[in-house]
Design a protein around this ligand. Structure first.
Ligand code: HEM
Length: 219
């Protein structure tokens, strides 16, 4: 019997989604190189910076690369935004009234999943009647917001005189620097559980981000 298919992700959303992986990798590696050329503080031993960057003490090359990836990242954000509007996906990212309660139910579900499996006790998934559960929604919405904040803090550092108002939005030059650096961690910390959950959720979810369609009506 034929399984009915649901359109899930617009082509431009999918394109932008997958492009984010090389772009964020390039931004992170070149960004660490920029930082390493003039480190404010060095919480890790030098070998960390030497291995997890595109090179040390080479500011000009690191900045050139960082801007190369940054322009593509901004363009990619635009592609994603167009895809969200064209496919109506933006509605699925907006917070809903019972999100706090529903997010808590998801956290409880994930926390109890392994212990309950080990005890062979039933542990049903909370009922989800929308495209994303409340935790997914918050996580997915945080990504474009983090992208916008990275771009804004980046420009604030790049043009602190011409874009003085933007610099003041982050209180100071150092404020923009801290926010920019912090956002790198936000992206990195998002990706790890994101990929684990995608793998745990199975083939249909992964395939939906490649082909755009899903065999499921929700989630
Ligand atoms: C190997 C790495 C990755 C894999 C396998 C992966 C996989 C997926 C899959 C399968 C979905 C669809 C979820 C669903 O339909 O329920 C998704 C959605 C999403 N992913 Fe990833 N992803 C990866 C990396 C990233 C990265 C680096 C970002 C950071 C920007 C990201 C941000 C998002 C966002 C924002 C969505 C929701 C898109 C929307 O509906 O507008 N992903 N991902």
């Amino acid at each position: 019997m034929d399984v009915p298919l649901t359109a899930k992700h617009h082509l431009l959303v999918r394109l932008a989604h997958w492009l984010n992986i090389p772009l964020l990798l390039g931004l992170t590696l070149s960004g660490i190189s920029v930082y390493w050329a003039s480190p404010v503080f060095k919480p890790f031993p030098p070998w960390v910076y030497e291995r997890f960057s595109l090179g040390t003490f080479d500011l000009a090359r690191a900045l050139r690369l960082h801007w190369f990836f940054a322009y593509w990242f901004m363009l990619n954000g635009l592609i994603y935004a167009i895809g969200l509007v064209a496919g109506g996906g933006w509605r699925d990212l907006l917070p809903r009234r019972h999100d706090l309660r529903d997010a808590w139910a998801m956290i409880r579900f994930y926390a109890g999943f392994v212990p309950m499996k080990l005890r062979r006790k039933p542990w049903p998934h909370p009922v989800v009647t929308s495209k994303y559960n409340a935790l997914q929604r918050a996580g997915y919405l945080s990504m474009p917001l983090a992208g916008l904040a990275s771009i804004a803090s980046g420009w604030a550092m790049h043009k602190p005189v011409q874009l003085g108002w933007l610099e003041r939005l982050f209180l100071s030059y150092d404020g923009a620097r801290v926010v920019h650096f912090f956002l790198m961690w936000v992206f990195l910390f998002f990706v790890v559980p994101h990929v684990v959950l995608v793998v745990a959720d199975g083939w249909d979810t992964f395939r939906s981000m490649v082909t755009g369609w899903s065999e499921r009506t929700h989630g």
